[in-house]
Design a binder for this molecule. Structure first.
Ligand code: NDP
Length: 336
């Protein structure tokens, strides 16, 4: 059983030496357990927050020497559990390793899916994050302007497409001309600005002539700075993430708090933090139904960025924190 362990708490951007590959015998399930083979491993920005010594508050930090956590699509390869048969395909939390044991409490049966990795992306946690964040908190109305950063990523791509489906304008920010072209031409964004272009903030203002009604915050940093002066009265900000700062929680960054507060108050902006886990019980079924309908009707496109082999996970994850992924980042650990 190959496992990738957290060897050190990263200082700033993680380095390959912060991870260690080790090999253990494949474990044997006890009564009430199943043995899972990992087929696909999801790489997500929140993992960076769990690598710090002090966790982010919504989940415990990863202990040093433990496998890095992560959502997975697994095949049940041995079962001593009444609810899970050998051969079943499940959504699990096996983390960065080939095999894991589970008592079943964290497993969701997937049935046979044509593209099971989508359960880690647009049809799973990131897509659901976009759905509850935008529709329940952002509540875009026809004709309003919705802005989202990391616009071609797992969450952002769905945010933009849902905004369009609701009749709003969608304006994205992403890195590089290829991603920006894809956002407009394939995902249907009305505009997408390249954050590496020196004029991008002025271009954002030009792309939002009627101001911004919903800012889906997943980035922070310079994107937030450029958005603040463009917010309309009564704007909503679903606070989903702030990836530009995940590598700097231990170092001092420029203090944007006064500017943030001085914008929110006079403009009566509603800012709401949310953690997607809280919404599964009430909203996941509606999400799955709506999303499946939109994808099957061709109204919504889901792009994956697939890397191959468990050992590729650290470099791919480091790339995610620098915008090198193009679409939902997934590791293909083993064949279906
Ligand atoms: P993505 O697939 O979008 O990958 C991350 C992207 O972030 C990169 O490709 C890059 O896109 C962008 N990025 C990286 N560094 C920076 C930076 N310094 N400044 C601006 N952009 C940067 O990831 P996800 O869609 O999975 O996640 C997006 C956000 O949503 C994250 O903040 C994540 O933590 C959050 N999230 C929150 C959840 C919740 O429950 N609240 C649940 C799931 C996700 P580019 O280079 O193109 O700009």
């Amino acid at each position: 059983n190959r496992r990738i362990l957290l060897a050190a708490h990263p200082q700033g951007l993680p380095r390959p030496a912060d991870f260690r590959l080790d090999t253990q015998p494949v474990p044997t399930p006890a009564e009430g357990q199943v043995l899972l083979r990992t087929l696909y491993l999801s790489l997500d920005p929140y993992m960076r927050n769990l690598m710090d010594e002090i966790g982010p508050g919504y989940a415990p930090p990863i202990p040093l020497g433990a496998p890095v956590v992560g959502g997975t699509v697994n095949r049940v390869v041995a079962s001593r559990h009444s609810r899970f048969q050998e051969g079943a395909l499940v959504l699990g939390n096996a983390g960065w390793q080939d095999y894991a044991l589970s008592d079943g409490s964290d497993l969701t049966p997937l049935g046979e899916m044509a593209q099971p990795s989508l359960a880690l992306g647009g049809l799973g946690m990131p897509g659901f994050t976009a759905y509850v964040g935008l529709l329940d908190i952002g509540q875009p109305r026809p004709g309003e302007t919705v802005v989202v950063g990391a616009a071609t990523g797992a969450v952002g791509a769905v945010v933009g497409q849902l905004a369009r489906l609701k009749g709003a304008r969608a304006v994205g920010i992403a890195s590089g001309p290829d991603k920006c072209r894809y956002a407009v031409e394939t995902l249907g964004f009305d505009a997408c600005l390249d954050r590496h272009n020196p004029h991008w903030a002025e271009d954002l203002a030009a792309a939002c002539p009627d101001g911004i009604d919903v800012y889906f915050e997943s980035v922070g940093g310079e994107v937030l700075d450029a958005v603040l002066p463009l917010l309309n009265s009564g704007a909503r900000i679903p606070l989903c993430g702030f990836i530009a700062h995940y590598n700097e929680r231990t170092t001092a960054g420029p203090d944007r708090l006064p500017r943030l507060l001085a914008t929110l108050l006079p403009k009566r902006v509603r800012l709401q933090g949310f953690v997607v886990f809280d919404h599964y019980a009430e909203r996941f079924e509606a999400f799955r139904r709506d999303m499946t309908t939109w994808v099957q009707a061709g109204d919504l496109t889901l792009r994956e960025d697939m890397v191959h082999g468990l050992e590729a996970a650290p470099e791919a994850f480091i790339g995610l924190l620098q915008g090198r992924n193009f679409g939902k980042l997934v590791v293909r650990v083993a064949g279906d």
